[in-house]
Design a protein around this ligand. Structure first.
Ligand code: AMP
Ligand code: ZN
Length: 118
């Protein structure tokens, strides 16, 4: 846990969130500024700054996040597919340095993954 990390504070209940799911290792909550009809994030309870800092010691919790994604997405109404997104570091334009997997879903299609530069 990191004392001043906003997502650690959400996991600890010190900052309110719209919780989607919680178990002993992971926590899921709605994005405060949604970019799709369904938009929530799944995070490890353990503070891992980004995917760039993840290693094999984190494989169980990272697998757990992906293994839960489909069930949680369906429960939120993304019944016909969704997109998973992990922004990492400066180039990935990560804003919050606590690893999180965005789950973005419809029912409307999401559009292109990245806009191609001409
Ligand atoms: P990024 O680090 O770029 O992958 O994005 C961080 C995401 O966290 C953004 O989509 C924000 O809208 C979201 N966010 C920031 N603060 C909160 C909060 N207190 N509760 C829920 N979502 C948040
Ligand atoms: Zn944290």
């Amino acid at each position: 846990m990191s004392a001043d990390c906003i997502f650690c504070k959400i996991v600890r209940g010190e900052i309110p969130s719209k919780k989607v799911y919680e178990d002993e290792e992971i926590f899921a909550f709605h994005d405060i500024n949604p970019l799709a009809q369904v938009h929530f994030m799944i995070v490890p309870k353990q503070h891992i700054p980004s995917l760039a800092e993840a290693d094999l010691s984190h494989q169980a919790v990272l697998g757990r996040i992906l293994a839960k994604a489909g069930e949680l997405a369906r429960a939120q109404g993304a019944t016909d597919g969704f997109r998973t997104l992990i922004n990492t570091g400066r180039v990935g334009q990560q804003e919050v340095y606590h690893l999180h997997v965005h789950i973005l879903g419809g029912p409307d299609p999401l559009g292109p993954m990245l806009v191609r530069k001409k």
